[in-house]
Design a protein around this ligand. Structure first.
Ligand SMILES: Cc1cc2nc3c(=O)[nH]c(=O)nc-3n(C[C@H](O)[C@H](O)[C@H](O)COP(=O)(O)OP(=O)(O)OC[C@H]3O[C@@H](n4cnc5c(N)ncnc54)[C@H](O)[C@@H]3O)c2cc1C
Length: 374
């Protein structure tokens, strides 16, 4: 067993650090948050500098961590333009990969993944969006909610029902995945305004009204969509865990800086006995989250995913980031409210929501353990 990072990972971390130092200015982070704007120019810099090396998932993981450490909103926006692409990588035909995956991985096009519906996100099998085969086209009708990159993506990976469930306890059957282009007739994206956090990411409601999807844009086999999406979540949860690690570490960095400057006192200058305890607790939780995340990643990246570890990593690192943001607020008081930590506090909340809420992760862990899964 070896806990040392190899040269390639160290150089990816350094590259991400330099990138964030150079482009993630406080002015940009504040402006994108305040104006709820996606920082499109960062994608140009990221493409130019080859920041996202999709050939090595470890490099992607540590890049996400480092960028979120500097700023969660800008960090997530810069690393999310290929969101959903793993579904195509795993299950897409050669034609779909060439047409849609290649330009996304080259940074020429943006992708999104549309699963959640206005009626709820946790119960994926209850999706109502429908695709009916008519000749050479599926006719797509329905709506999706809270879709990242919703207003800026060129392509979406969309989950839709293609046949009724065979019985009420088999609702996950009869669902399929399609690639849908945002320029097609009948597609509409309504940007969501006023989010609490990650306001630099673009989030939208998607509406599909008789969108004609060519038959060849079905990904993999009809009826297997639910399983494809669950497999995708096993990948994306690792990257959300990396977001959590970065956010928690970024808060700890700033908290340490504050304590070194002002000593172990609260915002009124009064000594707080247990500041050292809180600092130690957060640092320990971050290290534990990192251990979990890297362990889960090492299984996944060897094509042997361990969903129990993945869910543990996802919920624990999100929870750690939220706890760190709360502790930083308590210790630094007004100094935190008047700094970028206020944004970290708001941004951290999403980590317990997307890609499965903490409750859902805990259900997966206990269900799989009781079933004897790893
Ligand atoms: C900013 C943002 C970006 C997002 N991006 C995307 C995206 O790109 N693509 C996409 O498809 N979705 C996206 N989502 C949706 C996200 O995945 C869902 O919000 C999430 O899955 C939770 O679904 P929900 O909000 O409908 O809550 P619900 O599913 O309605 O859950 C509400 C509450 O009930 C709890 N709960 C639900 N079921 C159970 C249960 N069985 N047992 C115990 N507790 C339960 C949940 O934990 C939660 O606390 C995004 C959401 C946000 C806020």
């Amino acid at each position: 067993m070896d806990f040392e990072m190899d040269e390639e990972m160290i150089s990816a971390i350094n590259k991400a650090k330099e990138f964030a130092e150079k482009y993630f200015t406080e002015e940009l982070a504040d402006k994108m948050d305040r104006e709820e704007q996606f920082p499109m120019e960062l994608l140009n810099y990221s493409n130019r500098e080859g920041l996202m090396d999709y050939s090595n998932p470890w490099k992607i993981l540590v890049t996400i961590e480092e960028l979120c450490r500097k700023d969660p909103g800008l960090g997530i926006s810069t690393t999310v333009p290929a969101f959903g692409s793993e579904v195509l990588m795993l299950y897409g035909s050669d034609m779909l990969k060439e047409k849609y995956l290649d330009p996304v991985l080259k940074g020429q096009k943006i992708m999104g993944l549309a699963v959640t519906e206005p009626g709820g996100g946790s119960d994926v099998a209850s999706s109502k969006t429908e695709a009916k085969l008519e000749g050479d086209y599926y006719i797509l009708n329905g709506a999706k909610m809270f879709i990242t990159n919703g207003g800026i993506a060129d392509y979406f990976v969309v989950l839709a029902r293609t046949s009724p469930p065979p019985s009420p306890d088999k609702r996950h059957r009869g669902m399929s995945v399609f690639i849908v282009e945002s320029k097609w007739e009948g597609f509409k994206a309504n940007k969501i305004h006023g989010k609490m956090g990650v306001r630099a990411t673009n989030t939208a409601e998607l509406v599909f009204e008789n969108v004609r999807v060519p038959k060849e844009n079905l990904v993999g086999e009809e009826g297997k969509g639910f399983y494809y999406i669950m497999t995708f979540f096993n990948i994306s949860r690792i990257y959300v865990a990396a977001q959590g690690l970065g956010v928690a570490q970024g808060i700890l960095d700033r908290l340490m800086e504050h304590i070194k400057k002002y000593g172990p006192v609260n915002s009124q200058g009064e000594p707080i006995e247990n500041i050292q305890f809180k600092l130690a607790e957060i640092a320990t939780r971050i290290e534990a989250s990192r251990g979990l995340t890297y362990k889960a990643a090492s299984y996944l990246f060897k094509f042997n995913p361990n969903p129990v570890l993945t869910s543990m990593a996802k919920y624990y690192s999100g929870e750690t980031a939220i706890l760190a943001s709360k502790v930083a607020m308590e210790i630094m008081g007004l100094k935190a409210l008047n700094s970028e930590l206020e944004r970290f506090y708001r941004d951290a909340r999403i980590l317990e929501i997307w890609e499965g809420t903490s409750e859902i992760e805990k259900l997966i862990i206990s269900r799989m353990m009781l079933k004897g899964g790893k």
